[in-house]
Design a protein around this ligand. Structure first.
Ligand SMILES: Nc1ncnc2c1ncn2[C@@H]1O[C@H](COP(=O)(O)OP(=O)(O)O)[C@@H](O)[C@H]1O
Ligand SMILES: [Mg+2]
Length: 251
C-alpha cells in the first residue's frame, strides 16, 4: 500500500473517534534474552476513554515503559490485543505503524529526543513533513503557533542544546502535537526536570487533557498524582490497583 493511501485511510478514521480510545486486552510481553525469558507484562487489560489523563505508576522494572511502548506501537505484544484510536495496532506492518503513530499518537520521552542539528521549529515540523498532514507552506507557521501554545515561541530558531531542560521538554510537547493527534503518551516526561519546571510541564499536560487530548503518562513521582484523572499501578508486570481521582469516585 502506498504511504498516501495509508494516510488517507488513517486520516479519515481519525474524525470518527469516540468512547474508548485505548483498549488493551489480556496483553502479555515476554522478552527472550540469552540468559532466559522474562515476562515483563502478564495478561494486562485496561481501557482509556477520550479526555482521560491517566498515570501509570509502579516500581522500576514493573513494566511501565513496556506497557506504553505497546500503546504507541514502538513494541509489539507477545500475546493479546492492543486497540488504539480504533486500530488493532498489533496487526499493523512497520510502515503502516509509523504513519499511524505519526497521526494518532504524540510521544514524549524523558530525555526529550529532539534532533540536535535541527532548530526547535524544524523539530516541530518533522512529524508534519513525515505524514504530510499540512501543506508544506503552512508547516512553519503551525510549528510557531504550537511553540507559542507551549510558551516558547521565541526559541523557535535556536538549536535544542541552547534551551533549558524545561524548554526542551516544551519543544518536545509541541512536536508531539504537530499532527494534532488525539492521544499523547509520555514516559517519565518530568524525570529529568526540577520540581518547579516539572509542575509547569504537568500543568501543560493537564490543560491539554482538558482541551480533549487523552494523555497516558508514566511517572514514579507520587506527588504529581493530583493532576491525573486515574492512576494505574503496575507490579511485576500486572495491574495491581486502579484508582480514580477522588472527584470521580461515585457513592
Ligand atoms: N528489551 C528488553 N529485553 C529484555 N528485558 C527487558 C527489555 N526491556 C525491558 N526488559 C525488562 O522488563 C522489565 C520491565 O521493564 P520496563 O517496562 O522498562 O520497566 P519500567 O519502565 O517499569 O521500569 C524489566 O525487568 C526489564 O529489565
Ligand atoms: Mg521505564
Amino acid at each position: 500500500m502506498s504511504q498516501q493511501k495509508i494516510m488517507r485511510e488513517q486520516t479519515s478514521e481519525k474524525s470518527s473517534l469516540s468512547g474508548q480510545l485505548i483498549s488493551i486486552n489480556r496483553v502479555s510481553k515476554r522478552y527472550d534474552t540469552p540468559s532466559g525469558s522474562f515476562m515483563a507484562l502478564r495478561e494486562v487489560s485496561l481501557e482509556v476513554r477520550k479526555g482521560e489523563f491517566v498515570a501509570i505508576v509502579g516500581k522500576s522494572g514493573s513494566g511501565k515503559s513496556t506497557l506504553i511502548n505497546l500503546i504507541t506501537g514502538i513494541d509489539t505484544p507477545s500475546s493479546g490485543k492492543v486497540n488504539v484510536a480504533s486500530k488493532a495496532i498489533h496487526a499493523l506492518s512497520q510502515e503502516q505503524l509509523a504513519i499511524w503513530r505519526g497521526i494518532n499518537v504524540g510521544v514524549i520521552f524523558q530525555f526529550f529526543q529532539l534532533l540536535p542539528t535541527l532548530t526547535v521549529a524544524e523539530n516541530v515540523m518533522l512529524p508534519m513533513d513525515f505524514c504530510r498532514t499540512y501543506p508544506a507552506r503552512e508547516r512553519r507557521e503551525r510549528a510557531i503557533s504550537l511553540l507559542s501554545k507551549v510558551g516558547i515561541a521565541e526559541q523557535a530558531d535556536k538549536l535544542p542544546a541552547d534551551l533549558s531542560g524545561g524548554q526542551q521538554q516544551r519543544a518536545a510537547i509541541a512536536r508531539a502535537l504537530a499532527n494534532d493527534p488525539p492521544i499523547l503518551v509520555a514516559d517519565e516526561p518530568t524525570g529529568n526536570l526540577d520540581s518547579q519546571t516539572s509542575d509547569a510541564v504537568m500543568q501543560l499536560f493537564a490543560n491539554l487533557a482538558m482541551e480533549g487530548k487523552t494523555v497516558v503518562m508514566v511517572t514514579h513521582e507520587r506527588d504529581l498524582s493530583r493532576y491525573f484523572t486515574r492512576t494505574i499501578t503496575l507490579a511485576d508486570g500486572s495491574v495491581v490497583t486502579e484508582l480514580p481521582a477522588i472527584t470521580e469516585v461515585s457513592m
